[in-house]
Design a protein around this ligand. Sequence first.
Ligand SMILES: [Zn+2]
Length: 96
Amino acid sequence: MSSKYNSFFNKDWLTDKSFSSWIEPAASVHQARCKLCSKSFELSNMGRKAVTSHEASAQHKKNSTICPMQTSVAQFMQPKNVGKKSDPDNTAGFHF
Ligand SMILES: [Zn+2]
């Protein structure tokens, strides 16, 4: 029988791929902490919904775009077509 008024931090969230990159337990079992925003938020009676709602918040989205953007830029920098052609002249002329 669980209380309807307070949700507990669910350890499953740590392995849930939707949140695992940023969620961690907070000081209170009724809170979760976001590594990206460096802040804890109340789970109150919403449980997982509090987590998804934090994920959807503007501040979190802003913070979460920083790392993935850098990764995708790094992937973007690798010229995929160059290896296929193996043409050194073509590579030399490839400037940003
Ligand atoms: Zn966040």
